[in-house]
Design a binder for this molecule. Structure first.
Ligand code: SAH
Ligand code: SF4
Length: 346
């Protein structure tokens, strides 16, 4: 039986047509699931009894079950989900003034093997289905709906996994997030972060989804980038930037470049200078992410003074530059610390 959660709009329409039902029921079904948050077909009272019965025979409704919730001193909550096959994945909820952001996962593990990333050390276990991707948003929303009125205003696809390496399921999930019939999240409030899979970026730009794109650049020289991000062997910095130069952006939108600062690896003044040159002319903002340490890592966090100098150099060259605050470090909920608890016992 198919999960109705994450099931694409087009495919619902096709199924209805096959059953001899009117296609306009598609938006009614989606509205019930994603807007009214109905958990059963019984509740869909504007559908005929026979259609509800048919849906019940062919579909089930299920969200990833929450196995554990860890609450950080700063209000961040890390959710550990246990999936049907026993795999664990994590999502991180970060409340702040005026917005609540949920960071979701797209894979169990990741095969990009970036050396500074804990998830990368897991290797790829498997891809998540669109139901498991969008189900993280629905499960957290349900868990927090009594606490606050709009528990999730923004979604960042920056948790475990390389989203573009799970292309088809990712695109299905994003379509439902931004569809006016389904979750209705504005595409300005959804950000996809990638280590830079060039072919997939070229394909993604044609999907017409217009969510924000963040690129984990993380180095200014190919030798360094290859060392910390093996994907750079396949696609060099030049090739990546060339692809991004022509990435279609709407008038008020810009790309985000993420740059994890690793002490004495990529945090020098020369790096800042090269980064400024490389990104010259891009409509972009830069997010500097001081390395979040974890056990078994040889890397170190940069000195605070280095981070400030790096930022100031770029600010003086008229870039928009933020230093990403470390959220939820006490619960291993920060960038690159997600690997699911099971990893520590493995
Ligand atoms: N796979 C995607 C999205 C998940 S990683 C990507 O790489 O973009 C999200 C971000 O966390 C990336 O920018 C990555 O460079 C960063 N990151 C990974 N490990 C980190 C660590 N230990 N400290 C700080 N940032 C880290
Ligand atoms: Fe994968 Fe992103 Fe971690 Fe690299 S940084 S291993 S791409 S999750």
């Amino acid at each position: 039986m198919q999960n109705i959660v994450g099931f694409p709009e087009e495919e619902i329409k096709e199924t209805l047509t096959k059953w001899g039902e009117k296609p306009f029921h598609t938006s009614q079904i989606l509205t019930w699931i994603y807007h009214h948050k109905a958990r059963s077909f019984e509740a869909m009272t504007n559908l005929s009894k026979s259609l509800r019965a048919r849906l019940l025979e062919n579909f089930h409704y299920s969200l990833p079950p929450i196995k554990k919730k860890s609450v950080s001193r700063d209000g961040t909550i890390k959710y550990l989900f246990e999936l049907e096959d026993g795999s664990d994945i994590e999502s991180v909820w970060m409340p702040s003034e005026g917005r609540n952001t949920l960071c979701i996962s797209t894979q169990v593990g990741c095969r990009m093997a970036c050396t500074f990333c804990l998830t990368g050390q897991l290797g790829l276990k498997r891809n998540l289905s669109s139901a498991e991707i969008i189900g993280q948003i629905m499960a957290v929303d349900r868990d927090l709906e009594e606490l606050t009125e709009n528990p999730i205003s923004n979604v960042v696809i920056m948790g475990m996994g390389e989203p573009l390496d799970n292309y088809d399921e990712l695109v299905k999930a994003i379509r439902l997030m931004v569809s006016p019939h389904a979750m209705k999240i504005s595409n300005r409030k959804v950000t996809l972060s990638t280590s830079g899979l060039v072919d997939k970026i070229k394909r993604f730009e044609k999907e017409d989804l217009h969510v924000n794109l963040a690129i984990s650049l993380n180095a200014t020289e190919n030798s360094t980038r290859t060392e910390i991000m093996p994907i750079n062997k396949k696609h060099t910095i030049e090739e990546l930037l060339e692809t991004l130069r022509t990435y279609p952006l709407k008038a008020t939108r810009r790309l985000t470049f993420e740059y994890v600062l690793l002490k004495e690896i990529n945090d020098s003044h020369e790096d800042a200078v090269r980064l400024g040159k490389m990104l010259h002319g891009f409509k972009c903002k830069i997010n500097l992410i001081p390395f979040n340490a974890f056990d078994r890592s040889d890397f170190q966090s940069p000195l605070e003074s280095r981070v400030t100098e790096f930022q100031n150099y770029l600010l003086a060259r008229n870039f928009t530059v933020f230093v990403r605050k470390n959220r939820g470090t006490d619960i291993l909920g920060a960038c690159g610390q997600l690997a699911a608890e099971s990893f520590s016992v493995a």
